[in-house]
Write a protein that binds this ligand. Structure first.
Ligand code: GAP
Length: 439
């Protein structure tokens, strides 16, 4: 299974999904860049998550800053109680490791380890020209803190009534001791977080509601149920803010690993920010004349981890190729759900040495250019189909000699390889129906 991870890493680079960061300088540990296909996939994942959240109703968005007043992290407990991993250092070579990732001896030189100690994961930085204690702050370690700070602003400007939610997508940073497994654990990553504010008495019910909703969401992207599981985290292992915590795990080639956390954060955040800021962050229910700190049910997923899970889930290697395909060795098909696949279609002139066919194909391309499509005229038609399948293109649209007479094209489906004749004038409508009107 480790082989599959390696295969996916080199495939990602070869096809333009993920490149090592700063590659011409030898790379930079645990940092990655998303290439032309990667950025499309990432954007589609984020868009679909955002839409799904909004469709629940009573959820609004936010985009808060990465740099915040450092007191935020004091209040949230990230600098004090819980945001640290156990670190050990090799007495011989001085390499440092996360205690739970290594055995008794250093994997590099077999040296002995120091006793473990806490290592805070907040990423420090300085704002302004003087690098002293007063100018020190942190890159945010989770996006949700910006949501709590804006709780009252959102409540008032949008006239929200509890229960309601606020979503945010953005970068987060953690000074991980041992980033690993490609884009699974990195120091810079993106989170998609939703904070659902509710009455404390309704928190358990909403926790179960969101648990179900989130599983449904993964299934709606074609992830197989048997590759997903939910693990209830025992009290002693929970995050410092969580009263209840479920890790939603995916079966990666390197084992079952958390992709998303679902937490009941109680009133930990609002009450602590109220205490540290001196501001009233309670909610007043006009009808019941009741004032209280709402509880927060949180769903939090890392974009890159999800990206990797979806890539693994879509990656199919078919020895000898699919039936009817003239492939001798092995064929790769990226069976991404059509909602997130980087390109919905490719436009292909059957031949490139017939001017009228090429011109017609370019006309079709121009017609569809507002959709995520690309044009390809290099190589045999079979080769171009295969190249499109490899990057998950849902439809291959071929313009042939008959197209010049009947003003029609052939649409070939990635998954069934079936071909259908469609009038050029109906193509836009077909696109809208297939890709934008379905869930
Ligand atoms: N606000 C809650 C929170 O941040 P978390 O379980 O620490 O909870 C949520 O993180 C999600 O963020 C994880 O399930 C994972 O998908 C992603 N994540 C956390 N640390 C990460 C890292 N070092 N690299 C990539 N993704 C990470």
């Amino acid at each position: 299974m480790k082989d599959l991870t390696q295969k996916i890493i080199s495939f990602s680079k070869k096809k333009g999904f993920v490149f090592p960061s700063s590659e011409i300088y030898g790379g930079f540990n645990s940092c990655y860049d998303f290439g032309p296909l990667g950025v499309e996939l990432k954007n589609n994942i984020k868009r679909y998550w955002w839409q799904a959240m909004r469709q629940n109703g009573n959820i609004v968005g936010l985009d808060s800053s990465i740099l915040m007043n450092p007191i935020v992290w004091q209040a949230s407990g990230h600098l004090t109680v819980g945001f640290a991993d156990e670190l050990v250092e090799c007495k011989e070579c001085h390499r440092r490791f996360r205690d739970d990732f290594v055995g008794e001896k250093c994997p590099d030189c077999q040296g002995k380890f120091t006793p473990s100690r806490k290592f805070n994961l907040m990423m420090k930085t300085f704002v302004g020209p003087v690098e002293d204690q007063a100018s020190q702050t942190y890159l945010r370690a989770e996006t949700c803190q910006g949501i709590y700070l804006n709780f009252q602003n959102v409540l008032q400007t949008m006239r929200m009534k509890v229960p309601f939610g606020i979503t945010q997508i953005g970068k987060a940073f953690r000074n991980e001791i041992n980033p690993k497994d490609f884009i699974f654990r990195t120091r810079e990553f993106e989170q998609m977080e939703m904070q659902w504010f509710c009455h404390p008495k309704e928190a358990d019910g909403f926790f179960n509601y969101w648990k179900e909703k989130r599983i449904e969401w993964y299934l709606s992207l074609g992830v197989k149920r048997e590759n997903l599981r939910m693990v209830e985290v025992p009290k002693e292992e929970r995050s410092h803010y969580a009263q209840r915590q479920i890790d939603l795990e995916y079966r990666f080639p390197f084992g079952w690993k958390e992709v998303e956390g679902i937490h009941n954060r109680g009133d930990w955040d609002l009450s602590n920010h109220a205490k540290h800021s001196g501001k009233d962050l309670k909610y007043f229910d006009q009808e019941k004349k009741e004032k209280y700190f709402p509880y927060v049910i949180e769903t939090s997923v890392g974009v890159e981890r999800l990206f990797l899970a979806l890539l693994v889930s879509a990656f199919q290697e078919i020895k000898g190729g699919r039936e009817g395909n003239a492939v001798k060795e092995e064929e790769i098909v990226l069976a991404f759900d059509k909602k997130i696949t980087p390109f919905k279609a490719v436009i292909l002139p059957l031949v490139k040495n017939k001017e009228e066919v090429v011109e017609k194909a370019k006309d079709v391309y121009r017609e569809l250019a507002s959709f995520p499509v690309y044009y390809d005229e290099t190589g045999s038609i079979g080769r171009r189909y295969r190249r499109a399948d490899e990057i998950g293109v849902f439809w291959a649209i071929t313009i042939d000699f008959d197209s010049l007479k009947d003003q029609s094209v052939t649409i070939r489906s990635r998954d069934t390889m079936k071909q259908e004749r469609v009038k050029i004038k109906d193509l836009k409508e077909c696109f809208i129906k297939e890709f934008f009107l379905t869930g």
